[in-house]
Design a protein around this ligand. Structure first.
Ligand code: GAP
Length: 437
């Protein structure tokens, strides 16, 4: 792994407009982050790639976009009010707070901050953010910011199944914000208090769940392999009995080798009929599915795939980051998959001379309806190639003085730095071809 990779990604993110600390001019807002112009492109591309693979290319999955604020009973039924807690330990001396599992010697050991053995008894801390709906702050107006998008899918199971005339097995996918009042957020955008999730609930007959679970594990691993390469940076880890979430009968993480170690990237859970059964009980609505093949009514099982869009974006950046020696020192290249790269093409006139700028801007205007592009005419061409390499732009189009007479331009490839010359009329199909390859 590249030395100091985490610091390099954080610095690149700030310097090149991927990710900024939220409310930075006020000193930051406690592990919340803002995606800048390049970061929003990259994260949107991650979400688009997920939606394409999980919804668009499948016959058996449809999407929804549910509200963040839901009926408070949802979170009682889901078990989050009671169980969505972390054990919190506070130091009586320096007041620093820890999750119990972060303390190597437990609550009986010294405080990692002040060193005194003044840690208190662990207490259960609920990670949900509480707010109030309407002008009165009383118990009748409590609302929770959702800690997972999944519940918006469970409460819409019947609406989707009936309106879309779906038969088991089928899935419902969703991308949206989730909120967790993490005790110790950190590691850049790996763990924050506000983040986006990409979740899919696959409803099936109970007996089919184990087979479908294995299929979804393979499907999701393959998605990362296709977009990140480097299969060696991903692995599966099964949760032990003591770490599974309250709803999961079986749980695997897809872990990624982040610069700070192997960590969860995606969770794949067999949630059994837990959520639909609880929503039936709490809402009084019969959420059983009628199977017209067997004339049976039952509550479907659910295989869930759940990944953070921010965390996946971070993982793709880590996997793509590369440095190689060149004659000017070190060439930094973000070898992002072309589907993820913020810009697909950069147009670079060799110099700022008005006649070159004019032609280059015409070329740029022709490309904009088709690709996310950028234009750069400042500094030497070598420096400009390096700037595009660092943000992952797969192709540069250079307009030079010969272009004025022969109407040809040069396409330069980020990865192998090869250059080919093509006629301007052939440029669009040539770029399409290269970006498909
Ligand atoms: N619906 C199941 C669920 O939410 P999870 O394992 O708690 O399962 C799924 O979360 C994914 O959401 C994680 O694998 C991670 O990618 C992302 N995630 C969870 N908490 C996060 C946080 N505080 N910051 C960023 N991403 C987070």
């Amino acid at each position: 792994m590249i030395a100091d990779l985490n610091d390099k990604i954080v610095s690149l993110s700030k310097r090149r407009g991927f990710v900024f600390p939220s409310s930075e001019i006020y000193g930051g807002a406690g592990s919340t982050w803002d995606f800048g112009p390049l970061g929003v492109e990259l994260k949107n591309n991650v979400k688009r790639a997920w939606w394409r693979a999980m919804v668009q290319l499948r016959e058996d999955v449809v999407g929804i976009d549910a509200a963040i604020l839901m009926h408070p009973r949802v979170w009682e039924a889901s078990g989050h009010v009671e169980n969505f807690t972390d054990p919190l330990v506070e130091c009586a001396n320096c007041k620093k707070r820890y999750r119990l599992d972060e303390l190597s010697e437990g609550a009986g050991g010294p405080c990692p901050n002040c060193g005194l053995k003044k840690l208190g008894e662990p207490r259960r801390f609920n990670l949900m953010f509480k707010t109030f709906v309407g002008p009165v702050e009383d118990s009748a107006s409590i609302a929770w910011l959702r800690p997972e998008t999944a519940q918006g899918i469970f409460v819409n199971f019947e609406n989707v199944q009936q309106s879309m005339r779906r038969r088991l097995p089928f899935g419902i996918a969703q991308i949206g914000k989730s909120f967790r009042n993490e005790i110790t957020p950190g590691n850049f955008i790996f763990r924050s208090r506000e983040f986006e999730q990409m979740e899919m609930q696959y409803f099936c007959r109970p007996a089919e769940a184990p087979r479908l679970y294995d299929e979804w594990m393979a499907t999701r691993r393959e998605w990362f392999r296709r977009l990140a390469g480097h299969d060696e940076l991903f692995r599966f880890r099964e949760h032990g009995d003591d770490e599974r979430a309250h709803y999961a009968a079986r749980a695997f993480d897809i872990e990624f080798q982040f610069p700070f170690g192997w960590k969860e990237l995606e969770g794949i859970h067999n949630r059994t009929d837990f959520d639909l059964r609880r929503h039936s009980e709490f809402s009084g609505k019969d959420l059983r599915y009628f199977d017209d093949a067997t004339n049976e009514r039952f509550i479907p099982y659910v295989v869930e795939t759940a990944v953070g869009a921010d965390r996946a974006t971070f993982a793709f950046m880590c996997a793509a980051y590369d440095e190689e020696p060149d004659k000017e020192g070190i060439r930094t290249v973000l070898r992002l998959h072309r589907d993820l790269a913020p810009y697909k093409v950069a147009v670079l006139p060799l110099s700022k001379k008005p006649e070159l700028s004019e032609l280059a801007r015409r070329v740029w205007a022709d490309l904009r309806p088709e690709f996310m592009t950028t234009y750069d005419e400042t500094q030497a061409i070598g420096r400009r190639y390096r700037r595009q390499d660092e943000i992952g732009t797969p192709l540069c189009v250079t307009v030079d003085f010969d272009s004025l007479t022969d109407q040809q331009v040069t396409i330069r490839d980020r990865d192998d730095m090869s250059q080919v010359r093509v006629g301007i009329p052939e440029l669009l199909p040539a770029l399409r071809e290269k970006l498909r390859a």
